[in-house]
Design a binder for this molecule. Structure first.
Ligand code: AMP
Length: 313
């Protein structure tokens, strides 16, 4: 996960965790990318470790792997049958990503429906996500409302919640574009567990501007404002207060690097420790899948029956 994932989503998840909260590693969604089986396995394990190392506690909330709960793929099909092609082809993420992939697959178009299934299966009230997910969340709401209108009250209609600062962390090299796993260049993307040397290098090379004036101004100084907002979100100062303490970009960058390194160092230690015992991690995921299946099964059956699918009893 990169810094945008952490500040825009993961940190909120940790704050919001409770016995009613479900978090899943979306390995089915990862299949929309060209990914090798080995890479998918490694990244699934890696993400599971990242979630726990960041503070999600399997004793408090439910953590599982999406494909371990087959209701996700099953509900996806039911929902695809109430979603239009036009709706999906209008999604900004689809428009952007399909331009970058030759011969993109159908999954890239339909994954927002799977995402709606991920959400609706748990009678979800709130989905804490970064700004970039607003449109997909709106689609999940539209699908739920349409389904309820057509087949009777079945799904709870969710709302999304967004962080106040750093809801959209920008690419360090192209600060008018969001930091992204699939699109950012290697230097534009700051990973949570990059080594201290790499963190220092990426922040030192972050694109700013040449007028040398240190102020928070997204319109005219997107690169600098991105750094100030990242700093602010990792401290208890506003971006303006941070800007007021510096006169040179270089000093801000040096201090920001150390702040990022200090924030992630304890998580990295825990992450390394978790990865040394993958069986324990998968035990957590298996327990989580049992709890998730118990919750999701009831909602899936409700939806299937509402549509007229018969069951074996
Ligand atoms: P994804 O990278 O699409 O798997 O996103 C995982 C979570 O991170 C979602 O809740 C996104 O909204 C959030 N997220 C992704 N990129 C950013 C970003 N650049 N800034 C803030 N939040 C982000």
């Amino acid at each position: 996960m990169h810094l945008g994932n952490y500040l825009g989503a993961l940190r909120q998840w940790v704050d919001a965790q409770s016995p009613d909260a479900f978090y899943c590693v979306v390995d089915l969604h990862a299949l929309t990318l060209q990914i090798s089986p080995e890479a998918l396995r490694d990244q699934t394990t890696d993400l599971l470790a990242t979630l726990i190392a960041s503070g999600l506690d399997p004793e408090v909330c439910t953590i599982f792997i999406q494909s371990h709960v087959p209701y996700h793929a099953q509900l996806n099909w039911l929902l695809e049958c109430v979603t239009t092609y036009g709706e999906l082809s209008r999604m900004t993420a689809f428009k952007e990503k399909s331009q970058r992939q030759e011969g993109y697959r159908v999954g890239l178009l339909t994954y927002p429906v799977l995402q709606a299934a991920d959400i609706l299966l748990y009678d979800t009230e709130e989905v804490p996500v970064g700004d970039d997910q607003r449109q997909h969340l709106e689609l999940a709401r539209t699908i739920a409302e349409r389904f309820n209108n057509r087949f009777g009250e079945t799904f709870r209609v969710p709302v999304s919640t967004h962080p106040k600062v750093a809801a959209r962390v920008m690419d360090l090299q192209e600060p008018t574009r969001k930091m992204s796993k699939s699109i950012s260049s290697p230097l534009g993307n700051l990973h949570m567990f990059d080594t201290p040397e790499v963190i220092r290098k990426k922040i030192a090379k972050a694109v700013t501007d040449t007028d040398g004036e240190l102020r928070f101004d997204w319109e005219n100084k997107p690169g600098l404002s991105n750094l100030l907002e990242i700093y602010s979100s990792l401290s208890d100062e506003t971006p303006q207060q941070v800007a007021g303490r510096y006169t040179r970009y270089g000093e801000l960058k040096t201090d920001l690097s150390e702040l990022v390194i200090a924030t992630f160092a304890p998580m990295k230690e825990r992450y390394d420790e978790l990865l040394r015992a993958p069986d324990d991690l998968y035990k957590i995921a298996a327990d989580g899948a049992l709890k998730a299946s118990a919750a999701a099964g009831g909602v899936y059956r409700r939806a299937a029956q509402a549509m007229g699918l018969t069951s074996t009893g």
